[in-house]
Ligand binder design. Structure first.
Ligand code: AHN
Ligand code: ZN
Length: 325
């Protein structure tokens, strides 16, 4: 073989080895699924956390809301910012904003993806009682799931699946009581933003084939069990997602067992919009809460975010979207 030919071959081989894969191929169906980039998702998590806790009625909340809406627009979504005023249990008004990004808005065949973007105003599960009334970073409980959806939005802008996609960042999810032993003057309820949207959708009579909620999907070693309300209302979606996890090689994250019932944003969308929805949510039998050791503590911060977990969830959801007809 000539020296020149050898050189050409080795350059070609090097090119293959160095190049980042841009697609995973599902061999059985021949469908190309984009590769979820966990570095991007990690950065989008850090970007949200860098504003400070995203608690309604604060400048950090306003700034992060604008960041999320701008990011969706930049990735090619049509964006609607749904703003309103809600009341806490002590009648304090809070300004909230649900952020909706739509791809292929004319497509009647739609899949809804959602997460909450607010962060909890009180670290009521923190081991140190002095912290019980401090707001949390919510790196896992808030930012990580929105970041995974932002990366899915970015990928959707590059390559559209057959279905139209709506991504909703719901506000004011995290105001319920998680530690009955502490009292906050400002308690509200869980899922206030999603309840408002489900009763007042951005498009009258809005519907979708099904919905997937991501909640707490970025902790190291997180595991996801089949949540009870999801299994009761959308068993076919649970099956689809857990099979996708198996197909992409992430079945160690998606455990093939039933889990607890969680009061979460998916229940509002099921109840008021009648859309079958599931909740991909961490369950950790070791944590006192079932949501891991850092849930509603000040340690829910960037020190406890895992690119591997984001990858497992993001790649699984991309697989589902690109296999949808
Ligand atoms: C309950 O603890 C009843 N629901 C959990 C909803 C939640 C809080 N998700 C994140 N933070
Ligand atoms: Zn929470």
């Amino acid at each position: 073989m000539s020296k020149k030919l050898l050189l050409i071959i080795s350059v070609l081989l090097m090119g293959c080895a160095c190049k980042q894969p841009t697609k995973t191929q599902d061999v059985s169906s021949g469908i190309d699924v984009p590769v979820f980039n966990a570095d991007s998702a990690y950065q989008y998590t850090a970007n949200q956390v860098s504003f400070g806790p995203r608690v309604p009625n604060t400048p950090a909340h306003v700034a992060c809301g604008n960041y999320l809406a701008d990011a969706l627009r930049r990735f090619g979504a049509e964006v609607i910012e749904q703003e309103t005023t809600l009341s806490l249990l002590d009648n304090t008004p809070i300004q909230i904003k649900n952020i909706i990004g739509s791809f292929q808005p004319e497509n009647k065949n739609r899949v809804l993806l959602f997460a909450h973007w607010d962060s909890r105003p009180y670290a009521d599960n923190d081991p140190n009682p002095d912290n019980h009334n401090k707001p949390i970073d919510g790196a896992n409980d808030g930012a990580g799931a929105c970041a995974a959806l932002l990366e899915i939005a970015r990928q959707t802008g590059i390559k559209q699946p057959a279905v139209g996609i709506d991504i909703i960042f719901f506000d004011a999810e995290d105001w319920g009581v998680s530690n009955p032993n502490i009292a906050s003057r400002h308690y509200g309820q869980w899922c206030m933003g999603s309840k408002y949207w489900a009763q007042n959708p951005h498009i009258p009579n809005y519907t979708a084939k099904y919905g997937i909620l991501l909640d707490m999907v970025s902790a190291p070693g997180a595991q996801f069990y089949k949540e009870y309300t999801s299994v009761s209302n959308a068993p076919h979606v649970v099956k689809k997602v857990w099979e996708a996890a198996r197909a992409t090689g992430y079945d160690s994250y998606f455990v093939n067992e039933n889990g607890q019932q969680i009061e979460d944003d998916h229940a509002q969308v099921i109840k008021y919009r009648n859309i079958p929805c599931i909740d991909i949510i961490q369950y950790d039998s070791l944590g006192s809460s079932g949501f891991g050791a850092y849930w509603h503590t000040l340690d829910d911060n960037m020190n406890n975010v895992s690119k591997e977990t984001l990858q497992a969830v993001g790649q699984t959801v991309l697989y589902v979207l690109h296999h949808e007809k």
